[in-house]
Ligand binder design. Structure first.
Ligand SMILES: NC(=O)c1ccc[n+]([C@@H]2O[C@H](COP(=O)([O-])OP(=O)(O)OC[C@H]3O[C@@H](n4cnc5c(N)ncnc54)[C@H](O)[C@@H]3O)[C@@H](O)[C@H]2O)c1
Length: 420
């Protein structure tokens, strides 16, 4: 192929292939879909531009879409999340054009998004709605050929719903994040485990006996809180939603405002999808040596300019650790430049949860094509049957059998006459 890609180093391809194969072992549901796609070729002739974290799991999704007949290009959905060896393997062995380099600057990042849109896609696949946003702002000419889009994450779905409310979203989008087999597993267990993995790889600091503050108690943050608790940390949760706060309290965590929690914290991790969850008032009261990180989608949850303004000197004691020495001498350690720490300093979610997330993505593309012209502009969930089928396949792959309703039970559950 000609150089219709932009990656770090093609010679990393062999290492990337090993990593992709290793991940595939844990992705049985996606493998079944790939086998079917290979036979049926349901995506034949479809141009698909994907903007996802370029990881080994994503590579297996890209291979699945290509097996279905799609002409796929891939760019990164975050400047720090690319696995350069995986990008090389996709270009070298799968002939999938990839535009992604770990650590790329903002200009390169947006240049790569542009390259993905230049593919003139029938379907865009997003993790954070950057491609859809690019179509609406820079390339409205693409709307004519666009069947629709799919969206991976909570923040992307929130952005898309805002576009729909403003009346600017002119095509259907499937909110993959809204499938139960996505957010209940990927966000909770995937983000839970990989966020802790990222913090540990970046710092190698013991979590047992430490005070660990989690910003938010949504799907991601409750996963992080339970994993930190499991490693022996004393966990505090902060929230703005009274119901979530109550759940956190009844799950056994202390709940308090961030300005109180920040005084006690050895670690603070945000995963809210909100802006400035950690701000100047919080940096002002933190202990010397506090470690702060983010696992929410954008690098806006920690107000880094506010931290910079308090900083007199900055050091980098380890990769992915920026130590800010404040004017009063306290040190605050910011991990991964405030970007999703599980992808910046670790490898993102384990393949076993991405198996279900990406099964949803693959089936969402097929769903968009099958329902061409029938879906209204706006944000849609995948049908419940698809969700249940993915869960059933995953259980089967895990060797777990469950009960079936007896005819008597089915009748009982659908009737209202029977009481005590
Ligand atoms: N790191 C990853 O790999 C990964 C994976 C999935 C999702 N995400 C991202 O993580 C973020 C959270 O996703 P989610 O699915 O858990 O969302 P969610 O909606 O389930 O939870 C977010 C929670 O944050 C709370 N919140 C909002 N503002 C707050 C504030 N100022 N202080 C304290 N709490 C606040 C909300 O009340 C809510 O309970 C999103 O940006 C999402 O895109 C990251």
């Amino acid at each position: 192929m000609g150089k219709n890609y932009d990656i770090k180093d093609l010679s990393l391809a062999e290492q990337g292939r090993k990593r992709i194969d290793w991940a595939e072992n844990e992705m049985p549901v996606l493998r079944l879909i790939r086998e079917r796609f290979g036979k049926e070729r349901p995506l034949k002739g479809l141009r698909l531009s994907a903007c996802l974290h370029v990881t080994a799991e994503t590579a297996n999704l890209a291979r699945t879409l290509a097996a279905g007949g799609a002409d796929v290009v891939l760019c990164a959905s975050n400047p720090l999340s690319t696995q350069d060896d995986v990008a090389a393997a996709l270009v070298n062995y799968e002939e999938i054009p990839v535009y992604a380099i770990k650590g790329e600057d903002n200009e390169t990042y947006y240049g790569h998004l542009k390259a993905a849109l230049d593919h003139n896609p029938h379907i865009t696949m997003d993790d954070g709605a950057d491609l859809v946003s690019g179509v609406l702002k820079q390339r409205p000419d693409l709307i004519e050929n666009l069947l629709g889009s799919t969206e991976e994450t909570t923040t992307g779905v929130i952005r898309l719903k805002a576009m729909a409310a403003d009346g600017v979203l002119k095509f259907p989008v499937i909110a993959v994040n809204d499938s139960d087999t996505k957010h209940l597993f990927d966000n909770r267990y995937g983000t839970g485990q990989s966020t802790l993995d990222g913090i540990i790889r970046a710092t190698n600091v013991l979590l047992a006996g430490k005070t660990f503050v989690v910003g938010g108690y949504g799907w991601c943050s409750r996963g992080i809180a339970s994993r930190a608790h499991g490693l022996g940390s004393n966990v505090i949760v902060t929230e703005i939603d009274p119901i979530k706060a109550l759940e956190a309290a009844m799950d056994g965590f202390r709940v308090m405002p961030m300005v109180e929690a920040a005084k006690l914290a050895d670690f603070i991790v945000t995963a809210t999808g909100d802006v400035n969850v950690l701000d100047a008032a919080h940096f002002a009261v933190m202990k010397d040596g506090a470690i702060v990180a983010n696992s929410g989608h954008f690098n806006v949850e920690i107000n880094i300019p506010a931290l910079e303004a308090l900083t007199s000197e900055k050091r980098q004691p380890r990769p992915f650790v920026d130590q800010h020495i404040l004017k009063d001498g306290r040190r605050i350690n910011l991990l991964g430049e405030g970007r999703l720490i599980n992808l910046a300093s670790a490898e993102g979610h384990p393949a076993s949860v991405m198996d279900m997330s990406f099964a949803n993505q693959a089936l969402a593309s097929e769903f968009l094509l099958r329902n061409k012209g029938q879906l209204r502009a706006g944000v849609h969930a995948l049908p419940k049957e698809v969700d249940r089928e993915i869960a059933a396949l995953k259980l089967k792959a895990m060797g777990i059998a469950i009960d079936e309703l007896t005819p008597e039970q089915a009748k009982y559950l659908s009737s209202w006459e029977e009481g005590t």
